[in-house]
Design a protein around this ligand. Sequence first.
Ligand code: SAH
Length: 219
Amino acid sequence: MAYKFIDNYREKGARKKLVKELAEKKGITDTNVLAAMAKVKRHYFFDETFWAQAYLDKAFPIGDGQTISTPYTVAYQSQLLHIKKGDKILEIGTGCGYQTCILIEMGAQVYTIERQEALFNRTKKVLPYIGYNAHFFLGDGSKGIAEHAPYDKIIVTAGAPLVPEILVKQLKIGGILVIPVGDTKQQKMVTVLRVSENDFEKFVLDAFKFVPLLGEQAW
Ligand code: SAH
């Protein structure tokens, strides 16, 4: 494996083209999301052999049976979070950390949790090295992280069988949870807005395919 952190003209150009495609053909309208996608170097999460794949709108294996979500999926989830500078965000499913970098680039303070130790160890090292600082946790994120709650936003980057009750309770009033919900083959993106202490509004959106969210409150 040869991970290199060099941003050549070829990757710069491919990244620009991808952002244009997300804006003009795929309906991503949040300019803050597009600006972050223009900045974060997705090829840094790929072995150099596969750099030609890094700016295609495709998912890709990142080892340990997991995948880096498609750029469109990352943009779509990020857009639904309506991120404001300083937002405290819980991300469940750190993976390679690309989505984490997008959130940080948008000015969020990110708490991120991964259940696979090898991924956790790698990402915890790589992100600060390429200039992105987050709070990294190893464990079952299906229960959230109660010690650091409440959060302005919670994003789940793996497919859940249902919306874990314990997660919506870790939202601030006015907070938003974005989570793909369905069976293991397909999920619908769901957003939950915490309107008040006991009132929640749920919206069911487009279909996606994520790797399963494993754990106590999941599969
Ligand atoms: N946002 C990531 C997507 C990774 S795929 C990226 O851009 O790379 C989803 C990740 O969720 C996988 O790494 C998987 O190991 C992790 N995951 C699944 N169930 C989990 C759980 N209960 N807690 C924490 N992480 C979990």
